[in-house]
Design a protein around this ligand. Structure first.
Ligand SMILES: CC(C)(COP(=O)(O)OP(=O)(O)OC[C@H]1O[C@@H](n2cnc3c(N)ncnc32)[C@H](O)[C@@H]1OP(=O)(O)O)[C@@H](O)C(=O)NCCC(=O)NCCS
Length: 316
């Protein structure tokens, strides 16, 4: 027995949902404060919905969050999370029905759920509901303390000799309008070339600052830029996991088309891994679309393959 209701934004709902989420994704825990922050900064035009399933004892056994992938998109990103049994006892099916009932109000044409391909029961559930794989992102992890930067000394020298300089942004840059705008612009140019299942739209500078720089998972000190003279030509940065830096994820590594195949991405990564070690980070996680050369660059740096993530899409 269970019943579905909208999430009520009470402290109890936040605490119970975050606890359930962390019991399932214990490697990358989140916090109530991070969820509350996300709810405060999410633009209203993303048509966000959040439903929870309560068991007979009042415990939350599953949840479904969904929001437009971006304001102009007809596709919703879906976040189904539930205890193991919820995937085959009707809970997830019912949560999905609630999401679909909310969907027509906002002209949805598809729901996209991320799932790790090793998660067989959940994958079977999604396939049985008609979801189909549209993207595959191998996950990889680096043991930061095992990384040997000396292997890349020659490559870094070549990059320098070609006139490209890699540097960390100055402390406190995230509060300086000059740097905020510069990084927002270069980030956008690079994001346009990162494979994704649909067109991206550029966040306003204000939203970028909230989402990336001042977010509790933001890591302004991890931003490294590559410069050709005065021109920024590449960028790499991390985000924290659960507001902490023991494990971080690469948010973006990119190089302008004009400066590719010169070793710039490799140089940026080596600098950022050294930085990660200096702050006591022990693991860096990275997800790349399987056709992206970035995956092989990461492997050559010493990242080890983990089960891939899939984007599974249901046309509605
Ligand atoms: C992926 C990306 C960052 C690589 O940047 P880069 O500076 O060109 O990479 P490097 O010069 O350090 O490449 C190192 C090696 O990776 C391999 N490699 C890089 N790009 C490649 C490509 N397009 N095809 C095949 N191999 C490639 C090569 O082995 C290369 O060494 P080589 O040039 O001596 O043969 C760049 O293509 C990019 O910005 N793409 C768009 C953004 C993106 O998708 N980022 C990753 C996801 S966050």
């Amino acid at each position: 027995m269970f019943h579905i209701r909208p999430f009520n934004f009470s402290d109890a709902d936040y605490a119970n949902c975050v606890q359930l989420r962390n019991s399932i994704y214990s490697d990358t825990p989140t916090t109530v404060d991070i969820w509350k922050n996300n709810d405060q900064i999410r633009p209203e035009n993303l048509c966000y919905h959040f439903f929870v399933a309560e068991g007979a004892d009042g415990q939350i056994v599953g949840m479904a969050q969904c929001a437009k992938t971006n304001a102009e998109s007809g596709t919703f990103s879906l976040g189904l999370i539930g205890r193991d049994e919820s995937w085959h006892n009707g809970v997830m099916g019912e949560l999905l029905t609630w999401v679909k009932q909310a969907a027509p109000q906002v002209q949805v044409n598809g729901l996209v759920q991320k799932i790790q391909e090793s998660d067989e029961p959940k994958l079977s559930f999604l396939k049985s509901q008609g979801f189909q794989q549209i993207m595959r992102y191998p996950l990889s992890a680096l043991d930061v303390n095992g990384f040997d930067p000396d292997r890349f000394t020659d490559k870094l020298k070549l990059v320098e000799q070609s006139g490209i300089r890699v540097s960390q942004l100055p402390a406190g840059w995230e509060n300086d309008p000059h740097w905020q705008k510069l990084v927002h612009d270069v980030d956008w140019k690079l994001m346009l070339d990162v494979p994704h299942h649909e067109p991206r739209i550029k966040d306003s500078l204000e939203q970028f600052i909230k989402n990336e720089l001042l977010h509790p998972n933001g890591m302004p000190d991890s931003y490294f830029l590559a410069w050709d003279g005065e021109k920024p030509v590449g960028l790499t940065c991390f985000i924290k996991r659960g507001g902490r830096t023991q494990t971080v994820s690469t948010a973006l590594t990119g190089v302008l088309r004009s400066h590719r195949r010169m070793g710039v991405a490799t140089a940026l990564k080596v600098h950022s891994i050294r930085y990660a070690r200096s702050i006591g980070c022990h693991t860096i996680l990275t997800k790349n679309a399987e056709t992206n050369p970035m995956y092989q660059i990461n492997v050559s740096l010493g990242f080890e393959a983990k089960p891939a993530w899939l984007d599974m899409k249901l046309a509605v």
